[in-house]
Structure formats: C-alpha cells, structure tokens
Design a protein. Structure first.
Ligand code: TXA
Ligand code: MG
Length: 383
C-alpha cells in the first residue's frame, strides 16, 4: 500500500479493507475501514436431494473466499463455526486473530467424510474407527495422532489432531466443494457464548470476518462431544450431544469422562484440552445455577436485583407468585435435555442483551443425558 497521496482512498479487495491516507510524514495509509460481512441465506428444504440454485451460488462464493484464504462463518448442527482452509497456515492464523483466541488452543478440523479424515492422522485407532463408522456424520469429534499435512498452528503444535464430520449437509457440501478440510472453531470471540444463529455471529465477530452463511438456528445448539481416542480407554474431553452411554455402546466397553470429577482427573483436563478452561461459554451477565432457585430468586429480588430465571417449573405456584415482580423475567425452559440444549445459548444471548444483574438457572437433574448441559452451565457460571 505504498505510494499513497494524502486524502487518497483505496479499496484492497484481498483484505476487504478500505484504506484512507491522511496527512502524515510518511503518507502511509492511516485509517482502515472494513465493512460488515454479507449474510447469505442458504436454505436447503428437507426432501430436496440438491440445494436450491441460490444456495449453491452462495456455497460457491464461500468456497472461493475460503480458497483465497478468507474466513467464512458456516452453520453446523451444533453451533456456527468460523471456517478457514485447514491447509493454509495464514488463513488459520486469521481465525486466531478474529477470535482473540490463544495460539495454544488447537482447532477442530472438519471433513466431508471419513475418507478425508484418515490421511490427516498418523494412525487411526480402533475406537476412532468404531465411533466414526457408527456416529459420523454427527456431533462427535475424535482426537487421533496427527499426520504431517496440516499446519502446526491448527493443532497448536501438538501431536494430536481433532477431526469432525458435521451432520449438517450444508457444511459437508461446502467442504466437498472446496475439496479440502476446514479448520473451524465456534464463531464467537474467545470465551464468549457460542453462536447458534447468523445474527449471533454478526453481533460477536462483525467486520472481523469475510462472509456469513445463514442456515437458520442450529438444531443441536451445543458443541460436539470431544473424544480422545489416543488413550486406553478413550476419554471424553468435552461432553456434548452424543452421550457417554451412546459412545460406550458403540465402543463395546467402558470409557472415561475427564470432565466428571467423579471419574477422570478433571484437574489435568486444561492441559489435555486447552479449550476446556474453567471460564468459557459465558454470558456477560453473572450466571448462577441454583438447586434452591425459589429462595435464591426471592432473596435477590428483595435486595433490589433485576433477574432472569430460566426454569421449567412455570406452573409451580411459588414461581408464579414471584413472577409478578417487575424485576423478574421468567423464561420457560424445556424439560427434555436435547430440547434444553437446543435453545440454551439462544436464550442466554437474548437475556444477556437486557443488562440484568443476574441469570438464575434451575440445577438440572444429575444424569448422563444432562451431562453436556451441566458442563456448559458450570463453565458459564465460574467467576
Ligand atoms: O461442535 C463443535 O465442535 C464446534 C463446531 C463449529 O464444529 N466447534 C467447536 O470448536 O466447538 P472450538 O474450537 O470452539 O472447540 C474445540 C475444542 C476446544 O476445547 C479445543 O481445546 C479442543 O476442542 N481441541 C481441539 N483440538 C484438540 C486436540 N488436538 N487435543 C485436545 N483438545 C483439542
Ligand atoms: Mg468455542
């Protein structure tokens, strides 16, 4: 961008950045403006074997941007991902910059099918074979020994690689169109709530990215289960939509859950999986999980606090009587764990906009089906 004249305006299409040179001794470009990314709707009605033409056009534009080193937010069944060509170290580096993510936290590599996954690994352990054969495409990520193809920054220099084949047909079609795997963390600033709509992505990342594909709300609403297949037995590093019992059925034997204090050595987890730092997935409003929510809410109201209360017990007379307060917003939540997970982040995003003093959530039942929700609520509420 040398040779600028004072007052000159230049559009750099590679960087999607508008440069304006102002009076300065060096006449270097001093003001940079990046536009907000386009949001392209990518509907794919159920029952159609091929996507509609305008969806296919949007995918082609996304694939071209990715091939050129750009960042594209894409829908998956879990949460929106911030995708870059996994074989392009510069593009991958842009992901870390856009998210404000520490370089020590490795990324998940997304593939169109298991055939694309195997060459990324140095070995394909039997548990990885079983899990991928039965549960892919789907919301489960396997960690395997890493092969040489993928640049170091994807795995944060580590000797293992996380691989996932999304259930969402659009994500797989885009990867197949590009012909290469995509590195994609959740499309949010580091440590903040994951996005489950295109609007959440725009709010969180804005002009830091090049394009958003809008595939509507994510059906699962919570990040994939992460399974380390390099240990014996395999270990859950992050609980998710695929439960431990489903995994054990597929593996034909018991496994460990490193996030469960009753089971794995939870204290070692951050070193094993850096993204599992205690505070994560957090709204800005302080969040508290309460087993005695009626009392907690009543006493907070008494001290003049403004509260949102996420509860399934909207017919409980005590809840109804508290709900009369203008300082309390009661948000009805589903009683089924999958339905609860599907709307959890969207509810937290919406409540977080209201500048309340506190979010209270009823403590979920302590059972395997609620494990992923309990894990995310724990991280969201750690001060
Ligand atoms: O559902 C999902 O997995 C979403 C969608 C976009 O696919 N992606 C996602 O990515 O949640 P991210 O980066 O937000 O979380 C990835 C997690 C982090 O906790 C990271 O530390 C861990 O996976 N991880 C990635 N590679 C790893 C590796 N080689 N060993 C251990 N943990 C790894
Ligand atoms: Mg994330």
């Amino acid at each position: 961008m040398g040779g600028f004249r004072n007052g000159q305006i230049a559009w750099n299409s590679r960087e999607r950045t508008l440069y304006l040179a102002l009076a300065s001794p060096t006449l270097q470009p001093t003001l940079m403006v990046r536009p907000l990314p386009d949001i392209l709707p990518v509907p794919w009605p159920v029952g159609l074997s091929e996507p509609p033409a305008r969806t296919e056009d949007a995918l082609r534009r996304a694939a071209a941007l990715l091939a050129d080193g750009g960042l594209v937010a894409i829908p998956t069944e879990t949460v929106y991902g911030l995708a870059a060509d996994a074989s392009d170290a510069d593009a991958v580096n842009r992901i870390f910059v856009a998210k404000g993510r520490p370089a020590t936290n490795p990324l998940i590599v997304h593939v169109a099918d298991v055939t694309m996954a195997r060459p990324l690994s140095a070995a394909w352990p039997d548990p990885a074979e079983r899990i991928t054969a039965s549960l892919w495409p789907g919301p489960v990520t396997v960690i395997v020994p890493r092969g040489p193809q993928i640049p170091d920054n994807v795995t944060a220099g580590g000797q293992t690689i996380a691989v996932r084949c999304p259930e969402h047909p659009l994500a797989r079609r885009l990867i197949a169109m590009l012909g290469r795997p995509l590195a994609a963390p959740s499309a949010n600033r580091s440590k903040q709530l994951s996005p489950t709509t295109a609007g959440h992505v725009l709010d969180g990342l804005g002009n830091r990215i090049d394009l958003i594909l809008d595939g509507g709300p994510c059906s699962r609403g919570i990040e994939s289960t992460v399974v380390d297949c390099t240990t014996t037995p395999p270990q859950i590093l992050r609980p998710g939509p695929i439960s431990r019992s489903e995994l054990e059925a597929v593996l034909g034997g018991p496994m460990a859950d490193a996030t469960d204090p009753a089971d794995g050595d939870a204290a070692l987890l951050p070193a094993r999986s850096p993204g599992t730092m205690a505070r994560h997935y957090a709204p800005k409003t302080p969040l508290e999980v309460s087993a005695t929510a009626v009392e907690t809410v009543a006493s907070l109201l008494q001290s003049g606090k403004r509260i949102a209360w996420l509860t399934a017990r909207t017919n409980d007379p005590q809840v109804r009587s508290l709900a009369a307060s203008h300082e309390l917003l009661v948000v009805p939540m589903p009683t089924d764990p999958a339905a609860f997970a599907a709307c959890l982040y969207a509810t937290l995003h919406a409540v977080d906009r209201r500048s309340l003093d506190r979010i209270i959530i009823d403590a979920p039942p302590k059972d395997d089906r609620w494990r992923a929700v309990i894990d995310r609520l724990q991280r969201a509420s750690t001060a």
